[in-house]
Design a protein around this ligand. Structure first.
Ligand code: CU
Length: 159
């Protein structure tokens, strides 16, 4: 092989390998680790969200065996509900929004890491395979009480 061809290959091979590596990373994180951006889930009037179903009754509802839905309302400076109990092995769908300013929702040990924007509904699914306490926090600075805005998902050992 002549020197020019070697030099060309030194550029051509990485320029093929790097995009392939990026594509593999996207496929692994999307399908293997279930990491994805929240899908569009609707709008709600922020001024009256407290009287609008399902946000008029925030809480946990069982949809089926091992499947739960949590309706979560964020406001300065708390989450409603701030304690969520589900059995281990559950798949939990969070349907969340904010009543006032932009808040965040990050649940440790899960793929949930979203913004809660007034007027926009956010929908995310998380699995809780192991029993334990999973802290969730607001991670968008929302004012003087931001640091006390947290809650817990209590995952209980399946009976
Ligand atoms: Cu905050």
């Amino acid at each position: 092989m002549n020197r020019t061809l070697l030099y060309e290959l030194a550029w051509i091979l990485p320029s093929i390998a790097i995009p392939i590596g990026m594509l593999v990373a996207i496929v692994v994180t999307t399908f293997g680790m279930q990491i994805h951006v929240p899908t569009y889930a609707g709008v709600v009037r922020a001024q009256t969200v407290g009287e609008t179903p399902p946000f008029d009754q925030p809480g946990v509802a069982q949809l089926g065996p091992g499947r739960y839905q949590v309706t979560l309302l964020a406001h300065t400076w708390a989450f409603q509900p701030n304690e969520i109990r589900v059995p281990a092995g559950s798949e939990v769908e969070f349907v969340a929004t904010s009543r006032d300013v932009i808040h965040g929702l990050l649940i440790e040990g899960t793929n949930v890491n979203v913004m809660l924007v007034p007027g926009r509904i956010t929908r995310m699914k998380a699995r809780f395979p192991r029993p334990g306490e999973y802290l969730f926090i607001c991670h968008e600075y929302c004012g003087i009480g931001h640091h006390v805005m947290f809650g817990k998902v209590l995952v209980e050992a399946a009976p």
